[in-house]
Write a protein that binds this ligand. Sequence first.
Ligand code: IMO
Ligand code: MG
Length: 419
Amino acid sequence: MSSLIVLGCMWGDEAKAKIVDFLGASADAVVRFQGGANAGHTIVLEGKKYVFHSVPSGIIYPRAKCVIGAGTVIDPFGLQEEIQDLISQGVDFSGRLFIDERAGLVLPLHKKLDSSSEKALGKNKIGTTGKGIGPAYSDLTARRNLRVGDLAHPDWLKLRLQGLYEAHGEVIGARALNAELKLLAAVWKFLGPYVAQTDVLVRQWYLQGEYILFEGAQGTLLDLGFGTYPFVTSSHTIAGGASTGTGFPPRWLDKTLGVFKAYGTRVGEGPFPTELFDATAERIRKTGNEYGATTGRPRRIGWFDAVAGKYTASLNGVNGIAVTLLDVLSGIPELKICTGYWASGTKLSGYPSHPLDLEAVEPEYLTLAGWEADLGKARSLGKLPKNAREYLDAIQDLLEVPIEIVSVGSDRSQTIVVK
Ligand code: IMO
Ligand code: MG
C-alpha cells in the first residue's frame, strides 16, 4: 500500500513521462489528476515512439490500470483518436482505462474561445497550446460546463449545451446544435465503457495494498495559483492537485518525486530569468529536440534555475528528485546554474509572485566546467565524467533534496538509479 506523485518542477516538458514509465513497471495504477490534451508526453520504447496527451503513460505496461481523474478536462473526440491510435500501435485498453465521470469536457466552443481570447490579448497573450484548456476550466468554475457524465443523459446534455453557448453570447441554431449532439452521442458510445467513479476505485485499490502512481502534467511554475501567473495553465499542477484532482485523501500521499530537466525550458510567454538567446541555446534546442510535442513550437532555453527549483521543491514537499536530459549538456565547455536573484542591489530571499518583479531580476550564477563524453551509455553515477557528477552535486546541494534518478537518454534503459 503506497502512493507516489511524479510531477514536473519547472514549466513542463521535464520528461516526466520517461520517469513515470521507468517507475511504472511496479505500479498497479497510473493516475492523471489535472490538465488535458495540452500535455504532450513522449515515451520511446525499443525504438518505438508513443505520444500521449490525456491517456496516462502507464498504459504501456500491460498490467497497469490507468485513470483519467476528475480534475482533468477531456476533449472527447481527441481522446477517442488518441486511444484508437494507441490501439493501432498494439496497446491493449480492455479493462484498463478508467475515465472519471466528473472530468470536465473540452468542446469545440472552448477551442474557439481559447483562440479568440489569445487574439484579444494581443501582445499580452499567454501563448497557450490552443487546446481549449483555459475556457474549459473557466466554464467548470463558473458551473456551466459539461462533464463526461453528462454525455449519458441526452436531454440534460442538450439543455446544458445550449445554455453554454448562450452564456458565451453565441447563437447556435437548432440544426448545428443537433449535429453537435449527434457527434457527442457517437463519441459517448466509444468512451462510455471506460467511464467510472474513479475516486472510489483508486481508494479501493490503495486499501487493497496496490501501488498508485500519480502522473503530473505541465509543471509547478505553470500552476494556476503558485506559478508565474498569468502565464500559467488553468489547473493545479502542484502536489496538492493529486488529491483534489482524484479524490485521493492527502493523508495517503506517501511520496513526491520532482522532475527537473538538467537545464531550463519554457514554451509560451512569460518571464524566464535564466533564458539564453545565443548559440548555446540553439545547440541545446537541437540536441535536446526542444520542440513542443503538442504544438511543435520551439521551446525557449535557459540555464538551470536553482532559485525556482528551491521554490518548487518546497511547494511540493518534494522528497526526491529526478534529473533528466543530462546527456544533452555534453560538449558545452562551461555550464551555469542560477543560485540567486538580485533586484535593486538586494539579493531576494524568495521567488517573486509578480511577473514584472520576476522579469526584473538579475540572476547570479555558479559556473561549472562541462564535459565532453557522451553519457548515453552510463548506467551508474560512477560511469559519469567527474564534471557531470559535480554538476549533479551542485543541483542536489542547492535544492537540498537527494537526486534519486538521472536520465541520460530517451530510452527506458538510459536511466541511472542513484538510490
Ligand atoms: P507537458 O505535460 C509545457 C503552457 C503553454 C502556455 C501555458 C498555458 O507536456 O509538460 P494552456 O494551453 O495550458 O492554457 O497554456 O502553459 N503549457 C505547457 N508547457 N508543457 C506542457 O505540458 C504544457 N501545457 C501547457 O505553452 O505557456
Ligand atoms: Mg510536453
